[in-house]
Ligand binder design. Sequence first.
Ligand SMILES: *Cc1c(COP(=O)(O)O)cnc(C)c1O
Length: 412
Amino acid sequence: MTKRNRPWGYQDPIAPSHPKWQLHEDTIAVRGGLARTGFGETSEALFLNSGFTYDSAQQAEAAFKDETDHFLYSRFANPTVTMFEQRLAALEGAEAAFATATGMAAMFASLACLVKAGDRVVASAAMFSSCYVVLTEILPGWGVETVLVESGDKDGWRRALSQPTKAVFIESPSNPLAEITDIRFVSDLAHKVGATVIVDNVMASPILQKPLSLGADVVMYSTTKHIDGQGRVLGGAVLGSKDFIKNHLIPFTRHTGPSMSAFNAWVLVKSLETLSMRVERMWTSAFAIAKKFEGHAAIESVNYPWLKSHKQHAIAKKQMAGGGTTLAIRFKGTKAQVFKFMNALQVIDISNNFADAKSLITHPSSTTHRRLSAEVQAEMGITATTVRLSVGLEHPSDLIQDIEQALKVAFK
Ligand SMILES: *Cc1c(COP(=O)(O)O)cnc(C)c1O
């Protein structure tokens, strides 16, 4: 928690006096990055302003020369957004962060600030469909070569990373099937060929996985998911070293403008305070549901990293602190029966979002992943009878009861 020297008397109230006093991350999530104004407000202030003023022309000149720490314009930085960035960076264990308007803006900026025509990017094959479009349509259209590798295919990663590569993009666990990529293994290979490793850590959240401690260079979030976690605002963030954020990312975002709104940052900085409690409750309920319904007569498989049946269970245990808050369930019957099951749910809502306080269920092949061809869906393990269940904060006994009664309706 760096003390920022603000000209108007900002102060960071947490800087433990004892050198060995390492604040617990739950404390950092409540107090990290907090910068109070002279009014001494308890809660973080919302700076809903686009611009800033200067006492003199000289002060403006010095600010633009980067000689002082004065805010210039909210496209570059805003005090509320900065509090959110600093709190998230402290929680992640990253030197720096930049918050964006959406998760996709974070994903796109993290790659676009690195690559140019002729460069090569290697990515894990199972991923969120918009990330897939960026990697297989948009960047190739600008002359960037993209190579996709199955998450668990070690030889595939070795082959793909045997030649110079600019960036590696890993989504682990993947959305929706919770495929796991060995972040340490891929990062070591990637660094040998000069690649920057970016991890889409959306499915895990900063509570359940810390990619930087596993060798990755950059982490990105859709803060729309667990970090807000209450279905309110869109947002994203890119985290990494000071060098990456200051010398690569910001020179790109400063001029292309994917900045987070101050209002959204204010919602999100407060959300971080409860993130670990929410994620803890959500993932333990998800694990209970996964155990309860694996092996049910109507269910072919339950994909959940903490189940022994998960293909990459051992790697998940090695690199994650919990199994995640969503599970992929493949039913035995028909698409019509799966729809009947979804329609019969009384507590769980049908929605394409996830990581919300409210439990949500999605049918990826007809919604979030519908843009992908049947073959690509099949490669990702998505079938007409696959659903993604995002487990929320309701009491797990009600969720289990809801699933049981809907199973009876659809799979009599
Ligand atoms: C939702 C999501 C994104 C995109 O985030 P938005 O905030 O919707 O733009 C990127 N990656 C993953 C894994 C996601 O689940």
